[in-house]
Design a protein around this ligand. Structure first.
Ligand code: PRX
Length: 636
């Protein structure tokens, strides 16, 4: 029987078991699932190549474990509750039975359009139930979904489609976000022009805005499903067959498509969902993330549905019609577990307490956060005003690469400490290494966070580039998975995540590679070179600060116009989330004699910290620093 931990001593007991005999521990967690063919080998691995195989020779289909395995008992229980953007529009509730029918039907649509096991399908959709149907239908027929957050630009979408060689795109005519109606289909058309691999586009009608449909390529979702059968037998998958690709930013180059596989991801997301959130049958669980990110994959769809949970999907934004929207939703559906990002908490906190006061939210039992470090002030506000001092907060640390939560309290079980992710989940063996790779043992240490043993949810490769996977995660500290995060282990052995130690910044809980933003800025015709760093931002956690060198600048040049067009350019190339908050046009960047930009100096200037720049003796031209400082003081 899979474990559900109930006490702190139970946690320590399970943790111990998971470290002493990981194969036995994870074998036990996999037992409850429905296997077409049972695995004989739980784990084979090395972190050198790396090669990680869980439940290797087992065969299964993940959707059979959501539907066929559970539908007998859960037929009439809501699987998905959908809250539309407009609170006055009717909500949709799909029971497990109804969702199953829709998934089978759409699976048949995919098959009828020539999608086979192993084909990649890109999905670019707003938060509507059909997005869940599309991804589950892919999983059912063995197609690999690649969901792209529907805030990315057409260029960013095209890059991802090209990299994944997707055969199909599933999308909608448009979307609603707060008071805005957004057009989507033209953006898809523009992207697909550059993507010869795409044969078919399926369009779900959401807003009804007129769109152009290309005969033979574009089809309306509703027309295709109208004639499709509800009979569908799931495709048998090998445990290590890919389930999905999800792109994320890194410190170098273009975004990487992390590949997650079937059985390990299934076992890990359901185990962590049940234990971290302490979900009980009948609870209503609400995660406010977008399904376009890993949080939505693992903890709106797969983890909850594999656990027979009722998961709430919200189409809108937290501040519309007003900043009490989340709390209205909690009261409307009697939400029991609520999971969001610190940036959302900070922005709602800034709107004032009037939106949360008077909302009793008696149903709430557990609050969660994810995506970035939570500052103490936001933690206390969340705890006192939202949780009314009675709900434990689970500060869950994890990554796109990890598939599920690695370090987190178990709700109501692990004693919490504001801004600490606390203790590793069973099966997770964190180590802290100094920059030379020496392990820092014991408590009260700080360094690079690495993991020394695999867990079932770890990504297996980067799509089409295993070498890059090895280089990015397994080469800095041979023998370990390197997370890219700095961490402190305090005197109680509790972990506190300190943020990225590489050139990745975390903007509103979204990961952004500085190189990616720089590449977009450098496309501007006036830009010679640029350097992007993060700076502390009250709401977003980190903001984006770009130092830019332009050509042909003289007294008469309007910097304002150039700065504006640089920002628009980034918007168009990546999307609004990458738009720099601050752009400073400078005459040069602080470089060493070997041409390397000294980012730590820029980071300090961006944070308005002009003291103690450390050793600057290797700088080619130290005067540049003074010039940048002076100019930065003029920037609002
Ligand atoms: O720096 C860490 C931060 O987010 C990074 C992972 O980003 P992404 O792959 O987009 O996944 C976000 C959602 C899982 C991590 O390397 N991060 C995530 N959760 C936390 C966090 N930092 C501090 N505390 C957290 N709870």
């Amino acid at each position: 029987m899979a474990v559900k931990i109930k006490t702190l001593s139970g946690y320590f007991h399970e943790y111990q078991k998971s470290v002493v005999n990981p194969e036995q521990f994870w074998g036990q967690q996999a037992e409850d699932f429905f296997w077409r063919k049972k695995y004989t080998c739980v784990l084979k691995w090395n972190f050198k190549e790396p090669r990680i195989e869980w439940f290797k020779d087992g065969q299964l289909n993940l959707t059979e474990n959501i539907f066929e395995r559970q539908v007998f008992t859960l037929q009439d229980q809501p699987a998905i509750i959908w809250e539309p953007n407009d609170p006055n529009e009717a909500t949709v509730q799909l029971t497990y039975g109804q969702l199953f029918e829709k998934v089978k039907q759409f699976s048949n649509v995919l098959i009828s359009k020539g999608i086979h096991k192993g084909d990649r399908v890109a999905i670019y959709m707003p938060m509507i139930p059909d997005l869940a149907v599309a991804m589950l239908a892919c999983a059912r027929i063995g197609a690999v979904h690649s969901i792209v957050f529907a805030g990315f630009s057409s260029t960013a979408l095209a890059d991802r489609i090209i990299d994944a060689e997707a055969k199909m795109v599933i999308t909608s005519d448009g979307s609603y976000r707060g008071s805005k109606q957004i057009s989507i289909k033209p953006l898809i058309d523009e992207a697909v022009e550059k993507c010869p691999s795409v044969e078919t586009i399926i369009v779900k009608k959401r807003t009804g805005i007129p769109v152009t449909m290309q005969a033979g390529r574009d089809f309306w979702w509703d027309e295709l499903t109208a004639g499709a059968s509800f009979d569908n037998v799931a495709t048998v998958m090998n445990a290590e067959d890919p389930l999905f690709v999800l792109y994320t930013s890194g410190s170098t180059g273009k975004p990487k498509g992390l590949v997650h596989t079937t059985a390990g991801y299934m076992v890990y997301t359901s185990f962590t969902f049940r234990n971290v959130f302490q979900y009980s049958q009948g609870d209503i669980y609400f995660c406010s993330a977008d399904i376009g990110w890993i949080t939505g994959h693992s903890y709106i769809i797969y983890g909850p549905l594999l656990s027979g949970a009722t998961t709430l999907m919200f189409e809108g934004i937290p501040t519309w019609p007003n900043a009490g929207r989340f709390w209205d939703i909690v009261e409307k559906y009697n939400v029991n577990q609520f999971y969001t990002a610190p940036t959302a908490i900070r922005s709602l906190m800034a709107e004032g307490n009037q939106f949360v006061e008077g909302k009793e939210m008696k149903s709430l039992k557990v609050l969660g956060t994810v995506g970035e470090p939570i500052n103490e002030e936001a933690w206390h506000w969340y705890h006192d005003h939202v949780g009314k001092n009675r709900c434990p907060i689970v500060d869950t640390w994890w990554q796109t690469e990890t598939g599920g939560v690695l370090i987190s309290p178990l709700a109501g079980i692990t004693p919490t400490k504001p801004s600490y992710a606390t203790l590793p989940l069973p099966g997770i063996q964190p180590v802290i290494l100094d920059n030379e790779g020496n392990e820092l043992k014991g408590n009260s240490v700080e360094g690079n966070l690495c993991i020394e043993f695999p867990w079932p949810g770890i990504a297996r490769t980067i799509y089409g580039d295993h070498e890059r996977f090895q280089q990015t995660y397994f080469s800095s500290f041979p023998g370990y998975y390197f997370t890219g995060d700095g961490v402190k282990r305090d005197e109680d052995g509790y972990y506190r995540i300190l943020g990225r130690v590489d050139d990745v910044i975390n903007v509103s809980g979204h990961r952004m590679g500085t190189a990616e933003v720089e590449n977009a800025i450098n496309e501007h015709p006036r830009v010679v070179e640029s350097a992007v760093v993060g700076f502390p931002h009250n709401i977003k956690g980190q903001g984006i600060y770009a130092f830019v060198v332009c050509n042909d600048m003289d007294e008469s040049t309007s910097e304002e116009g150039i700065i504006h067009s640089i920002k628009i350019g980034v918007n168009n190339i990546i999307g609004p989330i990458a738009r720099p908050d601050k752009v400073l046009i400078v005459s040069g960047l602080p470089k060493t004699r070997s041409g390397k930009i000294m980012r730590r100096i820029l980071r300090k200037i961006a944070a308005s910290d002009y003291t103690n720049f450390g050793d600057t003796s290797t700088l080619l031209d130290p005067m540049v620093v003074d010039q940048i400082i002076e100019k930065s003081k003029t920037l609002k």
